[in-house]
Design a protein around this ligand. Structure first.
Ligand code: EPZ
Length: 422
């Protein structure tokens, strides 16, 4: 297993370019299943989860032609299988995103139930409840979701009014995709407002879908007969950007991020300024100047546009070396404090009480060997390693490779002393 070895204490300076958003690319790649002609995407990040999704679609008969600069053409004109097998789904939960498109276009889908993961049980009951509301017959047996619309007129899902009693990002995306080819109008209430949901809607509209309200909590979809391919550029990754912004703040450096949109990061920018970092931006770049006297901040995660859960671990890292005490409240996932024990190994002073972590800033962290448990926890350990005295070794960094494109290359370009050990 690869490890990352970081020598701490070097402020980050320079400029890097943010990649396309993982959490927009994954659902939009799955949306290719809805189209009868090729969907062309650009700015697709070169990530393990993206190649896993390509493998899954190829397994179904989709022709995938991807180049080395983030362009891909996905041709789903000849689908040969409607199944997402366990072996593939167990490595990436987002595979659940083929359920809606397969059911909408072919009237049948057999998708392995995604397992839980380190941060929580991650149920998909709201995905299933919504599809049932659209007339689908769904049984769960032998760990698979068996879904069918064969009993419906023309084997087509029916438009429905669906209230989601929890805000679910991929649930909203799955149901929005299913609704594009349904007979009639679907209204999704309490829909997720994440920018990646809006990016998917913009792509679906280019493919011929009729969608209103994406980006708000009520999304209306008027079903159409068929969708065609289109060309779409994946929106920039606000979480990757946020991660490097925190790195600049914590190392008291100055970093300019290209292909970064401040309008997607209001809550994060607000908190960075509250901590004492200077944040400047124009339409598609953000510059962060850090400080050696950062102040602790209180964080409470919630659905967009509130503070994103995917940035919680990164701000926990900031609080470990900031002045004062910061309270971090995680309201989205039931177990997203896996990074705490690892940070304590670096000398952090953190006490967890239920879904609240109380972080008392310390003078410095001391490098040690730590273990990554999930994607954003791994990122927070990299941030801690950048400021810790001495060397920090992070094990199991395959988690990082799932969500950060060319991480050590970008960090090294900013002056960090990072190396990957095979
Ligand atoms: C998406 O996961 C993201 N993944 C996650 O990013 C992100 O943390 C999460 O949204 C929240 O913003 C992708 O987009 C691929 P949810 P998702 O459904 O859709 C509960 C990362 O680091 N829930 O919005 O799986 C659920 O348990 C990853 O990039 C149900 O109870 O999250 C959670 O408590 C991690 N039943 C809450 O809702 C359901 O049917 C929000 O989950 C669905 C969800």
């Amino acid at each position: 297993m690869d490890k990352l070895v970081i020598a701490g204490g070097y402020p980050l300076h320079g400029e890097i370019t943010v990649s396309g958003a993982k959490n927009a690319a994954l659902p939009i790649i799955c949306a290719a299943l809805l189209a009868e002609t090729p969907l062309k995407l650009s700015s697709v990040p070169a990530l393990r989860d993206v190649s896993t999704t390509y493998q899954l679609l190829k397994h179904m008969g989709v022709e995938v032609s991807a180049d080395a600069s983030g362009n891909v053409a996905l041709d789903a004109s000849e689908i040969t299988s409607h199944e997402a097998p366990y072996e593939m789904v167990k490595t990436m939960r987002a595979s659940i995103l083929v359920l809606g498109p397969l059911l909408a276009r072919f009237g049948h889908a057999r998708v392995s139930l995604p397992g839980g993961c380190a941060i929580g049980s991650r149920p998909v009951d709201l995905h299933i409840k919504g599809l049932k509301a659209m007339g689908a017959e769904i049984h769960i047996e032998h760990g698979y979701i068996e879904a069918s619309a064969a009993h419906l007129p023309n084997k087509r899902l029916q438009g429905a009014r669906i209230f989601m009693d929890l805000v679910t990002v991929t649930g909203t995306e799955n149901l929005m995709m299913a609704a594009t080819l349904a007979d009639g109008t679907t209204v999704l209430e309490n829909a997720a407002r994440e920018p990646e949901v809006l990016d998917m809607a913009e792509c679906l509209i280019k493919m011929g879908a009729r969608i209103e309200g994406a980006g708000t909590d009520v999304i209306t979809v008027h079903g159409v007969e068929r969708l065609q391919g289109a060309s779409h550029q994946i929106v920039c990754d606000r979480i990757e950007a946020g991660t490097y912004m925190v790195a600049a703040a914590m190392t008291a450096g100055r970093v300019k991020l290209h292909n970064a949109r401040a309008d997607l990061l209001d809550a994060v920018i607000e908190k960075l300024r509250e901590a004492g970092a200077v944040v400047e931006h124009d339409a598609n770049s953000i510059t962060v100047t850090g400080s050696k006297e950062l102040r602790s901040v209180n964080i409470r995660t919630a659905p967009h546009p509130a503070f994103p859960t995917d940035m919680q671990a990164q701000f926990m890292a900031l609080n470990t070396i900031a002045q004062g005490t910061g309270r971090v409240i995680e309201t989205i996932f039931e177990n997203r404090f896996m990074h705490v024990q690892e940070m304590q190994r670096l000398g952090a002073n953190i006490e967890v009480e239920g879904n609240t972590a109380v972080v008392r800033g310390v003078e410095f962290l001391d490098g040690a060997t730590v273990m990554a448990t999930d994607l954003r926890a791994s990122a927070s350990l990299v941030l801690a390693g950048l400021v810790a005295r001495g060397e920090t070794t992070i094990e199991r960094i395959y988690h990082l490779d799932r969500g950060y494109e060319r991480l050590e290359e970008k960090l090294t370009a900013l002056g960090a002393h990072v190396r990957r050990v095979h």
